[in-house]
Write a protein that binds this ligand. Structure first.
Ligand SMILES: *Cc1c(COP(=O)(O)O)cnc(C)c1O
Length: 416
């Protein structure tokens, strides 16, 4: 800690970088909690890796994860799957939309989101995002009105990098239009909106356990809902073939209705993933508050820099961040490139969403959706928004090192 503090000071004071004095790697993960190890060993011994190995009424690591996740979120139903992309795909498939129906998403999101829409045979409609990185509500209202005029539609709110769009306004407009809301909460586990858990506001919420998210299962996802009909369809389509749905503790007439009537996409989670994931639920609260502490510490310091604007959250949002985004002000192309290079040389990897080659978060790279729309606001924002990983396990001294490194890089890039 002390050593790190001294490093931060040394860099801040004279801007001289030393190859040995660098911030820790943001790619080091927290270890999987010890509580997981006994269960994983038992699984390796028994070979029971498939989620439906238990007799009806028995539990498996996957069913226990579903039970605990539903309780944690305060919802009736949870279905574990192999990724958030699978959860999004299944969510859309449960809504019985005609082929090609429009799905409104923020234009600032990860390529997996429009991909899930295309996979489900639907059509992504990209909504402008402003300099606060959230959906522009005027553009949302316009595009929603246009979409519903043509027939059924869906709103898929992607809380990109954990930034929450105005869920009150979205819910109100969507309800008035009779359009269901699905939440892509892949990166928002632990985030609150007016005290309510993100992912529980829409009709369906989807989460990711990919290693760069709050809970690390390597891969994995979860679909949550309070709707019995939706969960029955999602369970069957996720691969509960024959009568495996009876192994979910919510047997009901809904399943009889869909027996043999839905395709089986086989997107199940393995018991090994669930065993690694479940003990981490107890750590979500700590990781969220440590992530918030780190984010706010860096935000407070960097927002004082004349070349930086840190987007402010909407009132009512309590975030659970593990990364940091900021906008570069009044910097030309050359200065922005120099900043990225200077930060990288000093040990902090900065991405500018719109400037990396083939960045999966720049909508103009999504050629698989067909014609790419003109979205000048989102385009301008992506061309000057920087992205830095800031894991919850970084100490405040580590955060100060990152801050000093970014300040030194900004100053070096703009001094010319
Ligand atoms: C990671 C992520 C996804 C995709 O999650 P996978 O589990 O990797 O499929 C979707 N949306 C957002 C906002 C994400 O951050």
């Amino acid at each position: 800690m002390n050593e790190q503090g001294t490093i931060a000071q040394a860099i801040a004071l004279d801007g001289v970088e030393n190859a040995n004095l660098r911030p820790p790697s943001p790619h080091d993960a927290e270890p999987i909690p010890d509580e997981a190890w006994a269960e994983i060993r038992a699984l390796l011994q028994s070979g029971d890796l498939f989620r439906y190995t238990a007799a009806d009424g028995g539990t498996t690591p996957v069913s226990r994860l579903e039970r605990d996740f539903a309780a944690f979120m305060g919802v009736r139903y949870a279905l574990a799957v192999n990724s958030c992309s699978s959860a999004l795909f299944l969510a859309l498939r449960t809504l019985d939309l005609p082929p090609g129906a429009p799905v409104l998403i923020p234009a600032f999101t990860f390529a997996a989101v429009p991909s899930a829409i295309v996979h489900a045979g639907l059509r992504p409609v990209l909504v402008e995002c402003g300099d606060d990185l959230r959906m522009d509500m005027a553009d949302f209202a316009d595009k929603l009105a246009h979409a519903v005029a043509g027939g059924p539609a869906v709103v898929l709110v992607s809380h990109m990098r954990g930034h929450t769009s105005d869920m009150d306004a979205i819910t109100e407009l969507a309800e008035a239009a009779g359009v269901p809301v699905v939440e892509d909460a892949a990166h928002s586990l632990g985030t609150l909106w007016h005290g309510k858990r993100i992912g529980t506001i829409g009709r369906i919420g989807c989460f990711s356990f990919q290693s760069y998210k709050m809970v690390n299962g390597g891969e994995g996802g979860m679909l949550i809902t309070d709707d019995e009909d939706i969960i029955a369809k999602a369970i069957i389509m996720s691969g509960a073939y024959e009568h495996n749905w009876k192994k979910h503790p919510l047997v009901s007439a809904a399943f009889e209705r869909y027996q043999n009537r839905l395709p089986l996409y086989n997107m199940r989670m393995s018991n090994l993933s669930a065993a690694a994931i479940r003990p981490q639920l107890a750590h979500i609260h700590r990781r969220a508050s440590d992530g918030r502490r780190n984010h706010d510490r860096l935000a407070q310091r960097l927002s004082r820099h004349p070349k930086v604007t840190v987007p402010t959250p909407l009132p009512g949002e309590t975030r659970a961040p593990d990364s940091f985004q900021f906008l570069l002000d009044d910097m030309d192309d050359g200065a922005i490139s120099r900043f990225v290079a200077e930060a990288g040389r000093r040990g902090v990897k900065v991405s500018i969403f719109g400037r990396d080659t083939d960045n999966a978060r720049a909508f103009w790279n999504w050629h698989f959706i067909g014609e790419i729309p003109e979205l000048p606001k989102t385009h301008a924002m992506l061309m000057r928004t920087a992205d830095v990983r800031l894991p919850a396990h970084f100490s405040p001294a580590d955060v100060d090192t990152v801050a000093a490194t970014l300040e030194a890089a900004l100053d070096a890039a703009t001094a010319i």
